[in-house]
Design a protein around this ligand. Structure first.
Ligand code: G3H
Ligand code: 13P
Ligand code: ZN
Ligand code: NA
Length: 283
């Protein structure tokens, strides 16, 4: 049951909950995420980065996700995470993704608009959804001054201009989150989120959500975040379980005996995130 991401996110936007944009790194991630989402009857957005597609192989991504979605009733979108250029996005659309992200956030505003608009035209033509990004979701914010934050974070008026000019289905905004592991505690600019959401009135995406507290995630969702991207937390859950197992039984050699528990650890973490986002029971 592969659906366009826009269908999933429009419902979340209307009802004020968020759906996980959960990264697949390999088969165990895909299965662990599906196990968690199915158990809680939640829609889910499976996302693959360009690095993950290189690692897994495009044909395996498509076939594995097909296997996962053929026998499920929950709505699932297959989404390209941080697509870097037009060709990369088109490759995924041709291969069968139901959604793509074009991340031109490092380019000047007008160039971001132009490239995003081009992607939206191509994608919408074939029923594929588009996420774009405005602002800088980067390293930890601890070292940055207020002025620098103003320059990095998403400008609300620009966000409105951007979505009107491009017609994107979802907008990723920068409000203080960062990819990977935080050095200190992240400090989110909730006021900015509130202002942006009121101005654009459409699905908003939060990247770098690993390491953000449950309370902050809940608050972000209540203020209008509809897609929450998580990769690092699942990588850490998987790896921590594998390390535990090897600490206990260093003589192990059968990968099923540690990848299986790693997969279960991902499923547990997925359920925890889904409950925080409020997408349980929304499938
Ligand atoms: O936002 C980035 C995701 O966490 C994917 O990272 O390029 O290491 O697969 P990756
Ligand atoms: P984390 O590294 O915080 O899990 O962020 C993942 C992400 O934003 C993928 O696009
Ligand atoms: Zn991201
Ligand atoms: Na993070």
């Amino acid at each position: 049951n592969l659906v366009p991401m826009a269908d999933i996110l429009q419902d979340a936007h209307k009802k004020t909950y968020a759906v996980g944009g959960f990264n697949i790194n390999n088969m165990e991630f895909l299965q662990g995420i599906m196990m968690g989402a199915e158990e809680l009857n939640s829609p889910v957005i499976l996302q693959a980065s360009e690095g993950a597609i290189r690692y897994i192989g495009m044909d395996y991504v498509i076939k594995m996700v097909e296997a996962a979605t053929d026998k499920t009733d929950i709505p699932v979108a297959l989404h390209l995470d941080h697509g870097s250029d037009f060709e990369s996005v088109m490759k995924c659309i041709r291969a069968g993704f139901s959604s793509v992200m074009i991340d031109a956030s490092k380019k000047p505003f007008e160039e971001n608009i132009a490239l995003t608009k081009k992607v939206v035209e191509a994608a919408h033509n074939v029923g594929v959804s588009v996420e774009a990004e405005l602002g800088t979701i980067g390293g930890t914010e601890d070292d940055h001054t207020v002025d620098e934050k103003d320059a990095m974070y998403t400008d609300p008026d620009q966000a409105k201009e951007f979505i009107e000019a491009t017609g994107v289905d979802a907008l990723a905004i920068a409000i203080g989150t960062a990819h990977g592991v935080y050095k200190g505690d992240p400090e989110l600019d909730f006021g900015r989120l509130e202002t942006i959401k009121k101005l654009i009135d459409m699905p908003v995406v939060l990247h770098g959500a690993s390491g953000v507290s449950a309370a902050d995630l809940e608050k972000a969702v209540s203020l209008g975040v509809n897609k929450v991207n998580v990769n690092t937390d699942f990588q850490q859950s998987f790896t921590a379980r594998v390390k535990e197992i090897f600490a206990e039984k260093p003589e192990l050699y059968d990968p099923r005996k540690y990848c299986g528990p790693g997969r279960d650890a991902i499923a547990e973490k997925v359920k925890e995130k889904i409950r925080i986002l409020g997408s349980n029971g929304q499938a």
